[in-house]
Every structure is written in structure tokens, then in C-alpha cells.
Design a binder for this molecule. Structure first.
Ligand code: PLP
Length: 366
């Protein structure tokens, strides 16, 4: 008996290349797009290790936990790292990046996270890109949590290395990811003696053996199930229309914020300004004196499939995340999340107004 997951026809190089082309269209990019067979951390780390070395001066923008990780990799590569950290409840501004260049004109690499699902903020990449381009630095962007939820335009914004993953707003698999690479970025890697080669982390291996060879032969057996899932999720986005998918995420974010405030009981948006809030996920601040983890656990006990999670690490007690990713960016899911949180808050003795929350989410959605 044939099994739908196991007995698949081989995935050809041509099919693999066609999936790359589809991902490139999603990014409106003419750059080379390389799909890597692993979670997004694979191209995120591979791109830093390829492009940065002892001669690099990197401006590393920290708006959440991923920025911290990139700084660690950059230092590990021998780069001089200038950290620009902003509070997690806000976004970085282009002016802050401009000031950093004024103080350190030697900066030749900028790493930035577009949207942070972990903190719920999003950064003005287009404006920052203008500053980075004016100084000729290489621009590295983690767009894992923004792709599908808001515009990601590496060519228009001058992004040299743009990493995406399918598991957030794209509603796809976690085991494959992609990076778009500009000509300047390839040149920087080729000139870097420390860039990984003959390694699973190596982007240059893919350049030399896949891209430059006309994408005729794959480097190793493709992650077939994940590739097919990636293709299916891009198809689903194309069928709905990328603009419509992004609009659903923007509405889900606005509705969650409005609903949380209307619910009352001291629940508040974690990111102060709506314009700094990521459309992929809405972070909320638990009422003072109430443990976010306890509230989330209670809400999930009532409905385990809701996309609710307490903040990670140091944020575990104060932050609640509503991950309205992909198919979860709907009025129904947003309302169910707020209703479950409201019930959990009521159990803690807080006064909440579920009807007001429902009216506010409905109004925000219309
Ligand atoms: C989700 C996410 C990733 C991928 O990491 P996972 O924890 O494995 O999902 C990378 N960067 C950012 C900004 C993300 O939000």
C-alpha cells in the first residue's frame, strides 16, 4: 500500500529550482534565492558566518532575543560588534541607525530583525535601508516573522541578505528556509577566507555548485516533504493573494490590541505604539500581580489549540503572546484567544468585559 508521505516520487532539481523561483516572486526579488534544508537558524547563521570576519565592523540592532543571538555569532566570527539595543516594547528608528554610523563610520555590516515574534515589535526596514545604503554597508535582515504578515522587499530596500522561514505568517513548514543574496553579498563572502565551505552552513557551496552550475544538480538529497509543504504554502498564499494574507495579519494585530484594551482587567498591549507592533503576533502585558504563564496555562486548559504562549526567558511572567500566524489570523481565533484569556483573568478575580472586547475586535476588523 502506498503511503502519502513516504512513497513519493523523487524531487527533481528542476522542481527544486521552480520552488526557489516561487519564493523569489513572493519577495519580489531578482536576487539569487537559495533554499536551505533546515529551520531558519541555518541560513541566519550561515549568512553571518559567510559575510562577517575579523575585518568586519558590524552594527547589530537588538530589538529582541534574535538580535542578541546575531551579536554572539558576529563576535564568534571575529567581527567588531557595535550593539544598538532598544527596549523590547518599541522599535528602532532610522535616526538611531544614522547616529550609529555618524559615531562609527567604519561600520560595514548591519544586522537587523524585521519583526520579532518573541517581543511583538516590527522595525522600519525601508527607512533603515536608505541609511545603510548611503554608507555602503552590507545589510542583513531576519524576515522570518514578517514574510507573509507585512511587505518584505529586499530589492527595493537594499537588503543584501534576507532570510525567511515558512513557519510563521506563511503558515508553512519549519524545516526549510530561504535567503536572498545580492551580488555584493556574494562578493563579500567570496573574499572572506573564514566563510564556511564544504559545510552544511555554507552558502558559497550552494553558489558554486548549484547557482553557478545553472541549478542542474542538487548538493544533497532534498528534504522532500518540507519542500512539497513549502510549495503548497506558497501556492495557498498565491491563491488568496499576498496582499490579502498581509491584510488579515494587520487586522488580526489591530483587533487583538483593541480587544485586549476593551477586555480590561489591566491587560495591555506590550508594544506601546500600534505602529511599532508586528502584524504577525500580538504581545500583551499581563495585569500587574498576575503571572502571564499561569494565565496562559489556564486559557489553554480550556482550549488547547489556541495560539497562545507566555513570553520566553525573562519575559515569562509578564508577557502573553497571541500568535495569529497564517490560518490563525482570523476574527474567530482572535476572539477565542481573548475570551479564553478573559475567563482565566476572571478566575484570578479580575473584572473583565468580554462583550466590550467582542465589539472592539469586530470594529477593528471591519
Ligand atoms: C520565529 C523566528 C525565527 C525562527 O526561530 P524558531 O524559534 O525556530 O521559530 C527567527 N527569527 C525571528 C525573528 C523569529 O521570530
Amino acid at each position: 500500500m502506498t503511503h502519502p508521505f513516504l512513497d513519493l516520487a523523487p524531487l527533481s532539481a528542476a522542481h527544486f529550482a521552480a520552488i526557489e523561483d516561487r519564493v523569489a516572486r513572493l519577495l519580489s526579488t531578482e536576487q539569487d534565492v537559495v533554499i536551505m534544508q533546515g529551520e531558519a537558524l541555518l541560513p541566519l547563521e550561515g549568512a553571518i558566518r559567510a559575510a562577517a570576519g575579523p575585518g568586519t565592523t558590524a552594527l547589530n540592532v537588538i530589538t529582541g532575543p534574535y538580535g542578541q543571538t546575531f551579536g554572539d555569532w558576529l563576535r564568534d566570527c571575529g567581527a567588531t560588534v557595535i550593539d544598538l539595543a532598544v527596549p523590547f516594547h518599541t522599535a528602532v528608528t532610522a535616526a538611531q541607525v544614522r547616529d550609529a554610523f555618524a559615531e562609527h563610520p567604519e561600520i560595514d555590516f548591519v544586522s537587523l530583525v524585521h519583526a520579532e515574534a518573541a517581543t511583538g515589535n516590527t522595525n522600519p526596514v525601508a527607512e533603515i535601508g536608505e541609511v545603510v545604503r548611503a554608507h555602503g554597508a552590507l545589510f542583513y535582515l531576519d524576515a522570518v516573522a514578517s514574510i507573509g504578515a507585512e511587505p518584505v522587499l529586499p530589492d527595493a530596500w537594499g537588503v543584501d541578505l534576507c532570510v525567511i522561514g515558512a513557519q510563521k505568517a506563511m503558515g508553512g513548514p519549519a524545516g526549510v528556509s530561504a535567503v536572498s543574496v545580492s551580488e555584493r553579498a556574494w562578493a563579500r563572502m567570496a573574499a572572506n577566507p573564514g566563510a564556511p565551505r564544504r559545510s552544511y552552513l555554507s552558502l558559497l557551496d550552494w553558489k558554486e555548485r548549484w547557482v553557478d552550475g545553472g541549478r542542474k544538480a542538487l548538493l544533497h538529497a532534498p528534504a522532500q516533504l518540507e519542500m512539497l509543504a513549502l510549495e503548497a504554502c506558497v501556492e495557498r498564499i498565491e491563491a488568496e493573494g499576498l496582499d490579502a494574507v498581509m491584510r488579515r495579519h494587520a487586522l488580526a494585530g489591530a483587533a487583538t490590541r483593541a480587544g485586549a484594551v476593551a477586555l480590561g482587567g489591566g491587560l495591555e498591549p506590550y508594544v506601546y505604539e500600534a505602529g511599532d507592533a508586528a502584524p504577525v503576533a500580538t504581545t500583551l502585558r499581563a495585569p500587574s500581580g498576575v503571572d502571564a504563564g499561569v494565565l496562559v496555562a489556564r486559557a489553554l486548559a480550556a482550549d488547547p489549540v489556541l495560539p497562545l504562549v507566555a513570553g520566553g526567558g525573562a519575559l515569562a511572567k509578564e508577557m502573553i503572546r497571541v500568535n495569529h500566524y497564517g490560518p490563525d489570523a482570523t476574527p474567530g481565533v482572535v476572539h477565542s484567544c481573548l475570551a479564553a484569556l478573559g475567563a482565566a483573568m476572571a478566575e484570578s478575580g479580575l473584572t473583565i468585559d468580554l462583550e466590550a472586547a467582542r465589539r472592539a475586535t469586530t470594529k477593528a476588523w471591519s
